[in-house]
Design a protein around this ligand. Structure first.
Ligand code: IVH
Length: 686
């Protein structure tokens, strides 16, 4: 698209783009109802970035390009809240709710008592201040954590990266809601389950201990000093309070939520009017059953008296309002005894210690084993065999031991666990590489590795071969029917029908599943191969980038590292994998078996697609080579001399004749900051 040249038309176009972008952000991040594709969104934001780079005077702090504008913070300022951010009293049963309801009705006198039920989001509460923007609307001026309730920390630059937080609110919406230009919004910042999983995958790759839960991860993220990291974590803000001059706005909670929604905030849609304890319990039961599929964590339900007048009458106890209560789900944990510690060998030969437990019923299932991760984890817990421990289970996550119970009723265990020096499966030596936490079995042919590789290969997230469970795999191995995952594709119905407890029908079904997995595609095959550090997301990115297994096999470390998320550790692991003749042979056998190892290649990053840059003079932070690489990585080209075809000249200190030439040919000139702004879209993109 042609860039507007005159300042007037550039200003108009920039404003038009901002309006469009804000609308699409709202549709996507607040209403969850996008109207355009990510690529179309990118095209709009890239156009705006180009205009802003060419006309820096048009840049406004609330521009959608400025979410990650802030510099890394040096620390966080302490800020006093306009009014204290309180906590809630808890209830754990219908009886406790009935007691609370009775008290509320007594104290409310003749004022209306109607309740609203909301989800209790398991994140951290923040207070956002909006102030007059000077252009008639309001703009986000600060974001502060709850802290101790009286004072919190100013984390504004991190809050700005959260897409469901509007950076500005147009006067039109304020007028419609009869709102002043200055107000405060409070609500909860949560880390979605998908972002939490991705974070822990990343941490695992980096050899860091996993974050314990999304709430801690969200809290840690908001206190990160680098806003671009925060932007990548995909936090979400749900608004639930609206204050004007420290007082509640609107007639009650329902009206508040509606007003917030109308202003463009994301408001949780799971809420209901509940006017009896039965109705509250019904909402609670529904919330508990929806819990696993919400995509973010909740730890209960908050019940609030709707009317603000009634709220005021009820007032506060020391630390919590009398007009609200949190019904907390009972934690999915249990207390039990560790009867033994065994060691499991994984497909990479990694040895994982496992706590064998006296069976305990947690959140609907009986748990009798829990992971202990590694030797260091056992050390940190101070765990001994015979100890009583607290075990937690979240969703379909593997149960884990979270603490050792030390009190008079639970005498401590006596036996320290000693990590075996031989592989429990094959008796080979185990080693712990320098700087790693895990012990590994050195035997390439350790039978546990093949068993775990087959199980991994069949997993739903990998090749999705339903029916390839432990019992079947064990029999295939015992009968020497497979020596590698590729052998699965040579199995016949007759062979399978001969297995114990295997009917003709299940044999046919499994063969059909194996057959179907031939089309699973490159990303899944990459995961199935079990290359170290290559999880779901990395596999997908590699597949999109290279399009075929051959291309990945041929790629250099440098080429591999062009893929987002692939650093030297992963590229090294990939190179090592392809350097092993046994692995190449496996890939050949899979190919012969008809397994598809191709993927649709994605267009490379396109922020700067079709743009040609000429660099001149000395840039202040990037070297010439770095700048060239960044431009090329973003899909742009660089040239040595200025012509009419040059899109931009990037001029640094002491720029010489190329700058003169640019001015003569009317080629736009930008500085290093302008270039960086154009490149930054990478960190803003989904
Ligand atoms: S109302 C008086 N509503 O729970 C202020 N809080 O245990 C009470 N929370 O600090 C806040 N979801 O961080 C409210 N829908 C919701 C909530 C919610 C989660 C958190 C909030 C508060 C804590 C109190």
């Amino acid at each position: 698209m042609a860039e507007p040249k005159s300042p007037d038309s550039a200003a108009a176009r920039a404003e038009d783009l901002r309006t469009q972008l804000r609308r699409h952000e709202h549709l996507y991040y607040v209403l969850d109802a996008p109207e355009i594709s990510d690529a179309e969104y990118d095209a709009l934001i890239n156009e705006l970035k180009r205009i802003e780079a060419a006309h820096p005077e048009l840049l406004t702090p609330d521009s959608p390009t400025q979410r990650v504008g802030g510099k890394p913070a040096e620390g966080f300022k302490k800020v006093r809240h306009s009014r204290p951010m309180l906590s809630l009293d808890n209830a754990y049963s219908a009886e406790e709710l009935a007691d609370w309801d009775r008290r509320v009705r007594e104290l409310a006198g003749n004022l209306p008592v109607e309740y609203i039920a909301e989800l209790k989001l398991d994140g951290l509460s923040v207070a956002l201040q909006y102030e007059a923007s000077g252009a008639g609307g309001a703009r986000l001026s600060s974001g502060v954590t709850r802290g101790d309730g009286q004072t919190g920390e100013d984390v504004t630059s991190n809050i700005r990266t959260i897409r469901s937080v509007p950076l500005s609110i147009p006067s039109r919406l304020l007028e419609k809601g009869k709102m002043p230009e200055a107000f405060e919004v409070r609500g909860e910042v949560v880390m979605p389950a998908a972002a939490f999983l991705r974070l822990n995958e990343e941490r695992e790759r980096e050899g860091l201990p996993p974050a314990v839960n999304p709430r801690n991860a969200a809290a840690g993220t908001l206190r990160t000093l680098e806003p671009s990291i925060v932007a990548n974590r995909r936090l979400v803000f749900f608004a639930y309070f609206l204050l004007v001059e420290g007082e509640y706005f609107a007639a009650g909670q329902t009206a508040t939520l509606d007003a917030l929604s109308a202003l463009g905030f994301r408001v949780n849609t799971h809420r209901a009017r509940v006017d009896s304890v039965e109705a509250m319990m019904k909402f609670i039961d529904k919330a508990e059953s929806d819990r696993e599929t919400l995509g973010y964590e909740i730890d209960g339900v908050v019940l609030k008296v709707d009317s603000h007048a009634t709220q005021q009458r009820l007032g506060y106890t020391g630390r919590a309002p009398r007009w609200a209560i949190a019904y907390k789900f009972t934690a999915k944990s249990g207390i039990t005894q560790v009867t033994a510690i065994t060691v499991q060998v994984g497909r990479t030969g990694k040895l994982t210690p496992v706590a064998e437990l006296a069976p305990v019923f947690i959140g609907g299932t009986t748990v009798s084993r829990a992971t202990l991760h590694n030797a260091d984890f056992i050390e940190r817990l101070g765990l001994k065999i015979g100890d009583t421990v607290k075990v937690e289970r979240g969703g379909d996550v593997i149960p884990k031991v979270v603490e050792v119970i030390e009190d008079a009723q639970h005498p401590r265990g006596k036996h320290r666990f000693v990590f075996p020096s031989k592989c429990p499966e094959c008796g080979s030596e185990v080693v712990r590489a320098e700087g790693e936490v895990d012990y590994r079995c050195v035997n390439a042919d350790c039978p546990a590795k093949l068993r775990e590789s087959l199980l991994h290969f069949g997993r739903r997230e990998v090749m999705n071969i339903e029916g390839l469970g432990e019992a079947v795999v064990q029999q295939l191995l015992d009968r020497k029917m497979v020596t590698s995952v590729a052998d699965l594709y040579a199995l016949t119905e007759e062979q399978l029908a001969g297995l114990d407890r295997f009917a003709e029908k299940s044999a046919r079904a499994l063969i059909a599943e194996i057959d179907g997995s031939r089309k699973a595609g490159l990303a899944r095959v990459l995961m199935g191969l079990g290359i170290r550090f290559v999880g779901e997301r990395t596999a997908e990115l590699l597949a999109e980038e290279f399009g075929s297994i051959e291309a990945i096999e041929k790629a250099s470390a440098e080429e591999l590292e062009r893929v987002e998320e692939v650093g030297p550790r992963i590229s090294q692991a990939i190179l090592e994998f392809f350097a092993q003749p046994a692995n190449i042979a496996l890939i050949e056998s899979l190919k012969k078996a008809g397994v598809d190892m191709t993927a649709e290649k994605k267009q490379r990053s396109t922020e700067l697609a079709d743009l040609t840059f000429v660099l001149t003079g000395t840039l202040s932070t990037l070297t010439r080579d770095e700048a060239k690489k960044r431009i090329e990585d973003a899909g742009g080209k660089t040239a040595g001399s200025v012509s009419k075809k040059t899109s931009y000249v990037v001029a640094g200190e002491d720029a010489g004749s190329k700058l003169d030439k640019a001015l003569e040919l009317k080629v736009p000139v930008i500085d290093e900051a302008g270039l960086l702004a154009m490149l930054q879209s990478g960190s803003l993109k989904e």
